[in-house]
Design a binder for this molecule. Structure first.
Ligand code: HEM
Length: 449
């Protein structure tokens, strides 16, 4: 006789009728994730307005969703403002049409380890250039400074263009566009982009000016198609399965995706790292002593990185405490069972790195900044699926090695040139596009050497 195993019911939470958790999600979603982890909730059913959403909040469930049963899940449509910026690039491409698999294969060669390694000098160079502009005792918004560095790096490695140059259009347009995107994503209920509000008109104008600039670069490069070693060269050389090249729109969408996904994320990761170091003097001193003894005043190179393990531990721990991508959503393509829970087709689900990273059973004392968690020995004890700053599975961040190398190199480059002192009392994190400081973080720069 067959024994039927009953599916487990998914526990809900107390919610506002017809609104669910939409208000908390819009106003303080980090608070929401961390509450679930503090309450040791493994799975939560909640509502955004009237729409049901399931949060999977164990390492094993995250692993099932993102890796073992990934074929049952697909991306949900992007926010309209993100869609406008990145179009049909790999970040938003769907699995169900096969588009994601095809596009990922075309973009992947741009991230081969050999190619990424060649960007190390550019990363160090932009760090040194921006740090060289700081005067001793100057108070800076550290987030803004990190953004300038990573913008410079992505512009150079993506387009072989110096976007920090005075006359450069892309740098200015991207920075302005980000301001608008941020404001748009913060709205509790988005205003449709087709409405001709002043805000929308400005957004469309900005994106169209950005497009003109990018199309101009693409045109120039098509006329002169040598490999400049940048990411754009790879996109221009990429071919569809039938051998045809990518259209200008496809190249534009992938390039904008990499621009958008590849600079604010790393900038906020570094911003939180400096904040954590400035508030933990022993860790800061340990980092500086590692940098001084290994580099002895020399400019860091890629080859130095294995000798600078503590800097990497600091970066990993910052990504644990403040993962730039607080959560990501999927929809189910079919009925699927996850850890004994039956999830019907067309359900929206969420995996939240921020929630998982604050679970005390995976990371004891989760609010303690402790780079020692990331020694080779300790890291081995962290369960698969518990640490997801870059996601996992077929949609794992394509730029994870790029970002880790950039974060590692910039921590050591800047630690060598300056010491940052926190210059404000209250610092608060908020999740907009990425998890960033709500009102910036001001720091006093003490120039070294
Ligand atoms: C610390 C820095 C970064 C963090 C924390 C980060 C985080 C993530 C996460 C969590 C995802 C997966 C989202 C999901 O599963 O829905 C992702 C995807 C992606 N990231 Fe990153 N990222 C970083 C840097 C970068 C860089 C430097 C680039 C490119 C230069 C990049 C390009 C992308 C792209 C193209 C995707 C989409 C991949 C796909 O769907 O196949 N990211 N990133």
């Amino acid at each position: 006789m067959a024994i039927q195993v009953m599916a487990k019911p998914i526990p809900g939470i107390k919610e506002t009728p017809l609104r669910g958790v939409q208000k908390q999600f819009a106003e303080d979603r980090l608070g929401l994730w961390q509450r679930f982890s503090a309450e040791q909730r493994d799975i939560v059913k909640m509502h955004f307005l009237i729409y049901p959403v399931v949060l999977f909040n164990t390492a094993a469930m995250a692993q099932e969703v993102l890796v073992d049963k990934a074929d049952a899940f697909d991306k949900i449509p992007q926010f309209p403002i993100i869609q406008l910026a990145v179009g049909e690039g790999v970040f938003s491409a769907y699995e169900r049409t096969g588009a994601h698999r095809r596009q990922r294969r075309m973009v992947q060669p741009a991230f081969q380890p050999r190619r990424i390694a060649a960007y190390a000098d550019t990363m160090v160079g932009y760090g040194q250039r921006i740090a060289g502009e700081w005067a001793n005792g100057q108070v800076v918004d550290i987030g803004r400074e990190m953004m300038r560095i990573t913008l410079g790096v992505i512009g150079k490695t993506l387009f072989d263009v110096d976007v920090l140059g005075e006359a450069d259009q892309i740098g200015k347009l991207i920075t302005a566009a980000f301001e608008y995107f941020g404001a748009e994503l913060k709205r509790p209920l988005p205003i449709p982009l087709w409405l001709p509000t002043l805000h929308n008109i400005r957004i469309h104008k900005l994106v169209s000016r950005l497009d003109q600039t990018i199309y101009r670069i693409i045109d120039e490069r098509r006329k002169n198609p040598e490999d400049k070693g940048d990411l754009l060269s790879i996109l221009l050389a990429a071919k569809h399965e039938d051998g045809s090249p990518l259209s200008n729109t496809e190249v534009r969408d992938e390039a904008m995706t990499l621009f958008l996904a590849g600079h604010e994320t790393t900038a906020v990761a570094l911003t939180w790292a400096w904040y954590l170091l400035a508030t933990h003097p022993a860790a800061y001193a340990k980092l500086q002593s590692e940098v001084d003894s290994v580099l002895q005043g020399r400019k860091p190179t890629l080859e130095d990185l294995p000798k600078l393990p503590y800097a990497l531990q600091v970066f990993k721990e910052s990504l644990r405490m403040y993962p730039p991508a607080d959560s990501f959503a999927r929809t189910t393509l079919r009925d699927v069972e996850i850890d004994g829970y039956n999830i019907p087709k067309d359900t929206t689900i969420i995996v939240s790195p921020n929630a998982l990273h604050h679970r005390a059973d995976y990371f004891p004392e989760p609010y303690k900044f402790d780079p020692e968690r990331w020694t080779t020995e300790n890291e081995r004890c962290i369960p698969k699926g518990a640490y997801l700053p870059f996601g996992a599975g077929s949609r794992v961040c394509i730029g994870s090695h790029f970002a880790t190398m950039e974060g590692h190199l910039l921590l050591v480059t800047l630690a060598q040139m300056a010491k940052f002192e926190l210059y404000q009392h209250h610092v608060e994190a908020e999740a907009v596009f990425t998890t960033r400081p709500k009102n910036g973080i001001r720091m006093k720069v003490h120039c070294l050497g």
